[in-house]
Design a protein. Structure first.
Length: 317
């Protein structure tokens, strides 16, 4: 459990704005702000499903006027009585389809967590704990579950969108294809990066090119592809760029299967800690030996656009 007795923590926690790093991570990474990446958000979405999908929201409590942005008018009243017909993910956002024709959008931000308690099906902890200071939105479900958005730093967001209008929302407009979707294929990526003078890592982090990729998993994908993170896109062959598509898919799929990863206290719905971070090949391993068999080099770190990039100078060119 996460330290919140009686409920399951489905989010990420960052004390004093900095992630606490485990033994595989360089101390320098602690200065960086860690945002939930696609695998974490997908794991949270999957953890919410048994408590919410097909279930009516008996009562919605909205305990402040907003988080990073104001909540929409009448959000509690619009959520109360609505049935959640499905939960989806777009990039790093969770979308909940409602039978009222609206869609709720949820973004965890830097410190947002979803806490679930009281599910009678036995997926979660039965007893409801006392409401806490940073429990900003509380959804009481008809099945006895309670779903709470807890966000100490209030950089998360929640909104209501007309069904079918998600693509026009300010947080979703202009996003590129999903890296696990059919639209993200070799032909697309080669065309999207052709002639660009941008470093390949920066290009892959551009949400307009591909939605949902974050720093950790881009570092891991570039290592597997043997591509230096600072190499300009225009100087990379189409064959090597195309090779990134299945590699990105593999890295994300492995992370999701492992329950997501974090730099502190990430837990999936059944309370089991996700351990994908222990299999990182380069991220956070500055000065440690490269894991490639026969390579005698060590992992190096550079800073690109304020973010640490980890790579092996021998294996990545």
């Amino acid at each position: 459990m996460s330290g919140h007795a009686g409920r399951v923590n489905l989010g990420l926690s960052h004390p004093h704005g900095a992630a606490r790093i485990g033994p595989l991570y360089s101390p320098d990474v602690t200065a960086e702000v860690r945002m939930p990446e696609l695998p974490e958000v997908e794991t949270v979405r999957r953890g919410m499903e048994p408590a919410m999908t097909g279930i009516r929201i008996a009562k919605a409590e909205v305990r402040r006027e907003g988080l990073r942005w104001p909540f929409p008018p009448g959000m509690a009243e619009r959520l109360t009585g609505a049935t959640v017909t499905g939960l989806r993910r777009r990039s790093k956002y969770i979308l909940g389809d409602l039978d009222t024709g609206e869609v709720f959008l949820l973004h965890l931000g830097m410190s947002g967590r979803i806490l679930i308690s009281g599910d009678p099906l036995g997926h979660f902890i039965r007893d409801h704990p006392a409401t806490e200071k940073h429990d900003h939105v509380v959804l009481h479900m008809d099945n006895g579950a309670r779903v709470t958005l807890n966000d100490a730093r209030r950089f998360g967001a929640m909104d209501l969108i007309p069904g079918g209008g998600e693509g026009a929302h300010m947080l979703l407009a202009g996003l590129g294809p999903e890296p696990l979707g059919n639209a993200f294929d070799e032909t697309y990526l080669v065309a999207a990066l052709k002639g660009r003078n941008t470093p390949i890592k920066s290009a892959l982090l551009d949400q307009r090119i591909v939605a949902g990729l974050g720093n950790i998993y881009v570092c891991e994908a570039l290592f597997r592809a043997g591509i230096h993170p600072a190499r300009r896109c225009r100087n990379i062959s189409a064959r090597r760029i195309a090779s990134l598509v299945p590699i990105v898919r593999d890295v994300l799929t492995e992370a999701i299967a492992a329950g997501g990863s974090s730099l502190r206290d990430y837990r999936q719905a059944d309370g089991e800690l996700g351990y994908f971070q222990h299999t990182f090949r380069v991220y956070g391993r500055e000065t440690l030996p490269c894991v490639t068999e026969g390579c005698t080099d060590t992992v190096h770190r550079i800073v690109q656009s304020g973010r640490s990039s980890f790579y092996c100078p021998t294996c990545q060119t």
